[in-house]
Design a protein around this ligand. Structure first.
Ligand code: TRP
Length: 362
């Protein structure tokens, strides 16, 4: 059986460069590698509602933003199925059956759920829907028999939970579901790109993101304001690389060719780092280089976005067609699940015959 990719994002805002290096870029490479039988990319609106149920307009507005971001990074609707989670109600049905296979204490131990509960001040009263979203995520993945889930590091506990549900289902009802593998970025800087302020995570609420859709001037300003090394006061001072956001971004974005193109004085990132650490290299110069590197990466993304923005109804059509296709696939898996779970009463002629015989025999 061929390999299948499923992954997705919550539509709670535009996607930023952290999403890009952490997952989007990889998805496009995988899509174009030809190694995957199917690539499914989901806009997780139902999941977004688990912690935004009072704010449906936000979720609704961001469907198109995320779809445009997907298309603009190069996800290609002729190669990948782009779809909306709530348009595939089979996922909800699967979630209901998976709920039997997971304990409350296991959900409470899920590290992602734990930290999100803290972040959202849900400690006192956790909505059940939010609490169960790892189960619904297991449905998202298993509905398509995904073998491979490319995500950021923060999603690891979700995939682990999915694998447990698959093993449990298969052991109780017989081999039906596929256990997925996670695919993390192999570049350490891409695992969790910090915000421009050096905070551990890029987040909309902290206002420290560079968005894929930002215009060039905004990107430049954000880069020039980036957190660097507080001990590097004079240009001649030795600088530190660790925890220096500008260098973390260079680790994430810089390609060897970028030096020949934008800064031929240096042969490689290692050489640049050495000079910075030795002293004598100012932050502004490094930031200007980073700006060129990032602008070069974002330019084709912006251009593609502009094209798709011209025909928004067509983007909705792409999502609609994708959702129909996703629904067909999920319905197939749900049929198999129901059969395994013995809840396929009407299409099981043997069952009907056996029951009839039982009563006629009496
Ligand atoms: N939890 C993911 C996020 O917050 C979104 C998501 C929902 C997802 N279902 C998924 C990711 C299934 C991978 C696979 O970004």
């Amino acid at each position: 059986m061929g390999k299948i990719i499923l992954t997705g994002d919550r539509p709670t805002g535009r996607l930023h460069v952290g999403h890009y290096v952490g997952s989007l870029k990889r998805r496009v490479e995988l899509q174009n590698s030809g190694e995957y039988e199917k690539v499914l990319i989901m806009i997780a609106d139902a999941q977004a509602l688990t912690d935004n149920f009072e704010n449906p307009e936000k979720v609704r507005q961001n469907i198109i933003e995320v779809a445009l971001d997907y298309l603009s990074v190069g996800l290609d609707p002729t190669k990948s199925t782009l779809f909306i989670q709530s348009m595939v109600p089979e996922l909800t049905e699967m979630t209901f059956y998976y709920m039997n296979l997971v304990t409350v204490s296991r959900l409470q131990r899920n590290p992602t759920v734990k930290s999100e509960i803290q972040m959202r001040n849900f400690e006192a009263s956790i909505p059940v829907g939010f609490f169960c979203y790892p189960i619904s995520q297991a449905a998202d993945i298993t509905a398509f028999k995904a073998t491979t889930v490319p995500v950021g590091e923060d999603q690891l506990p979700m995939i682990e939970q999915t694998r447990e549900i698959v093993r449990k289902f298969n052991s109780v009802y017989g081999e039906t579901l596929v256990e997925p593998d996670v695919l993390l970025p192999d570049n350490k800087a891409c695992l969790r790109l910090p915000g421009i302020d050096g905070m551990a995570k890029m987040s909309k609420s902290l206002g420290n993101c560079i968005y894929l859709a930002d215009d060039p001037e905004d990107v430049r300003k954000k880069i020039m304001s980036m957190y660097t090394d507080p001990l590097h006061i004079q240009v001649s001072d030795p600088g530190h690389i660790e925890g220096n956001t500008v260098f973390t971004y260079l680790d994430a974005f810089c390609k060897p060719e970028d030096f020949a193109e934008f800064w031929p004085e240096y042969a490689s990132l290692d050489e640049l780092k050495e000079h910075y650490q030795r002293g004598g290299l100012g932050d502004v110069k490094v930031k200007k280089f980073l700006n060129k590197v990032i602008q070069a990466e974002l330019e084709p993304i912006r251009a593609r976005r502009k094209e798709y923005e011209k025909d928004i109804p067509a983007v909705y059509e792409i999502l609609k067609a994708g959702s129909e296709r996703a629904r067909e696939l999920a319905a197939q898996t749900l049929d198999e699940m129901k059969k395994a779970m013995k809840i396929n009463y009407f299409d099981d002629l043997d069952l009907i015959k056996a029951q009839a015989q039982k009563y006629q025999g009496e």
